[in-house]
Design a protein around this ligand. Structure first.
Ligand SMILES: Nc1ncnc2c1ncn2[C@@H]1O[C@H](COP(=O)(O)OP(=O)(O)OP(=O)(O)O)[C@@H](O)[C@H]1O
Length: 242
């Protein structure tokens, strides 16, 4: 059984306008699952639905068989699902350490040890623990957002465009970090604008279009499919110069 399951999810921002029209996405322990598709397909909405930030009208979202549909964001986090939004994912006026303290709010007792562990795990953040988050580079900021999410020791990590705005080198480091986190037994579901890189990283991927599942498969198979390349990847192949 998959650890994370979103089944036939119908969800949206107003009762008369459902963005997701029955989307199914699953992810197993240690698996990286990418969600790709055109602008407006509903990729971010799916993550927000799983994180308890968008109303789910029909369908179910579960972790390890336990329904989390309709829970408040705080309770979703306590159930083991961490969500990193694309933007405004750190408190810029607070220090790196203070950001991590807030990330550990659901388990205040274990928070100090987790912060120390996070600062060891991400040495670049350790060096800047007392600095305001606004002084971090784009890549460091995304790393902090990820470290904040990891403070709840999640079993499922939902990432919205983790490489957005990063240099190619910083994006590569970010993807390596995501792989490490997955290898630690976390199910990772990520949305990426950079579809080719996402397929390269992911074990499996789903293509969403107009709020529905279009295709799913291994990252490698989707990247090699000429129809998929033509329709969703701009005709390019993995490894092409961009
Ligand atoms: N807060 C919101 N309130 C109302 N509608 C929204 C809101 N956020 C997104 N939408 C709408 O939902 C639809 C899907 O948006 P979503 O952000 O999920 O798409 P996406 O597949 O992630 O695409 P993109 O790559 O452009 O972010 C779009 O039509 C968008 O305008």
């Amino acid at each position: 059984m998959s650890l994370f399951e979103a089944r036939d999810v119908v969800a949206g921002y107003s009762p008369t306008d459902m963005i997701l029209k029955g989307v199914t996405v699953t992810a197993a322990v240690g698996e990286i699952v990418a969600i790709i598709g055109p602008n407006g397909a509903g990729k971010s909405t799916l993550l927000k639905s799983a994180a308890g930030q968008v109303h789910v009208a029909k369908g179910d979202i579960s972790i390890d068989g336990r329904k989390i549909t309709g829970l408040r964001p705080r309770d979703v986090a306590a159930a083991g699902v961490a969500y990193v939004p694309q933007e405004q994912n750190v408190f810029t006026t607070m220090t790196v350490r203070e950001n991590l303290e807030i990330g550990g709010y659901v388990d205040a007792a274990g928070s100090r040890d987790r912060i120390d562990a996070a600062l060891r795990r991400f040495p670049v953040l350790g060096e800047k623990a007392r600095d305001a988050a606004r002084t971090l580079s784009g890549g460091q900021r995304q790393l902090l957002a990820m470290a904040i999410a990891m403070m709840v020791a999640p079993r499922v990590l939902l990432l919205d465009e983790p490489s957005a705005g990063l240099s190619p080198v910083a994006a590569r480091d970010m993807f390596a970090t995501i792989r490490e986190i997955a290898d630690g037994g976390v199910a990772v579901v990520l949305v990426e604008q950079n579809a080719l890189d996402a397929l390269d990283l992911a074990d499996r991927a789903y293509i969403l279009a107009a709020g529905q599942n279009h295709t799913e498969g291994t990252g490698a198979d989707l990247a090699a499919d000429p129809d998929i390349r033509r329709t969703f990847l701009g005709g390019r192949q993995t490894g092409d110069q961009r």
